[in-house]
Design a protein around this ligand. Sequence first.
Ligand SMILES: [Zn+2]
Length: 486
Amino acid sequence: MAYEAVIGLECHIQLRTRSKMFCDCPVEFGAAPNSNVCPVCLGLPGALPKTNRAAIDAALRLGLALGCAVRAESVFARKNYFYPDMPKNYQITQYDRPLCVGGALPLSLDGVTREIALTRIHAEEDTGKSFHPERHGDRRVSRVDFNRAGVPLLELVTEPVLREPAECAAFLTALRRLVRWLDISDGDMEKGQLRCDANVSIRPAGSSGFGVKTELKNLNSIKGVEKGLTAEIARQAGVLAAGGRIEQATLLYDADHDRLAVMRSKEYAHDYRYFPDPDLPALEVDEAWRESARAALPELPWARAARVAERYGVPAYDAAVLCDQRDLADYYEECAAGADGKLASNWLMTEMLRVLKERGWPLAEWRGRVPAGRLRAFLAKVAAKELPGPLAKQVFAWMVDEPGAVEELLARHGVRAQGSADELRPLVRQVIEENPGPVTQYLGGRTATLGFLVGQVMKKSGGQAVPQAVKELLEAELAGRAISGS
Ligand SMILES: [Zn+2]
């Protein structure tokens, strides 16, 4: 029988606020253990929590961006349970009256856009972190760090409307982009700033009932979410195919070994004894606050991608890549203003993004070297056909590492723009004829020999040729020889 999966995600987003949710302790990644703590986040008797307005602002940004309804009066509740990394023995969270309700995240996958419906988004505090077990002499010890206890978190819950592991990965990718775009979190899964639990069940394809679900906990990478769900769906299908029954369970996925392990078999009927936190007043978000948060929202990534595609005449795929980060979209629009939008997009997407990846640079580093005005001047020359293709690539490469306008770069490198194939081909052929040894080595797989051959052509041109153009011509000529069997 063919099955389909029914998946709902629970995502935790750690907010990039300066201080914790209910006290003034700083939020820092990598601080000395237990250095950012105070009576409030350690739960000492008599300490009183106070809600961090900046965290609620961040929650409003996310909720409003996703079209959620914002509750004018939401309530913080205590979720009671014992765990060593939770000093108060309860977590302050929101229960039956969360801040944001409903809403949807638009998701583009394989050219199709779907709205993934959300149940809710609520604000809460994080727990501490335990490390165990570590060996100390003959003893095994566990340690706990409370720096994370009380760090602001948002919990975002989807409706069970996701069907494919790949769709869940796309959802998380889109959510990560959005929290970065809104500047509320770094969304780094490896650092635990974005975490995901998944509920999954399967049912006969096309039916509408729900099977017994299991929960996958602590999926700590987007790939891990996809692989973990794929493994669990296969496991459930195997159990049913063998005539078995799915047991409700909480599972851990070990991404390194692609293995599922049962953490708790059968869901305990947890009684968290939720009740409104008597130390915190109801959280009131009046219209003025809500509307000022809405007014402060930037143009959202999907809206911006649609506008960029329309305004600059680039394909939807290009627009999506360019609008993956806000600063990239800003830079693109600065470069494309008054220029050929498609030309700008081509250079950014193929050449610039490649350099950023190779050198591990943030966009800010690039912008410092190649401000938009400089790139616009370059694009204008390319559009006017003043720089033939290979020469343009060469100039672009020089621009990354050297200052100066295009003319200055050409002058500095003694290039009079001898870049056309017609000018260079005779020199290239001559060098190939004169160097049978290196040519044979190159054709035999020693590609490093190409540098020597490029040098020979450069010498013959009196330094006037464009190295990138020479390289491409040589490769083309040599490939022709390799095919003709020499
Ligand atoms: Zn504190």
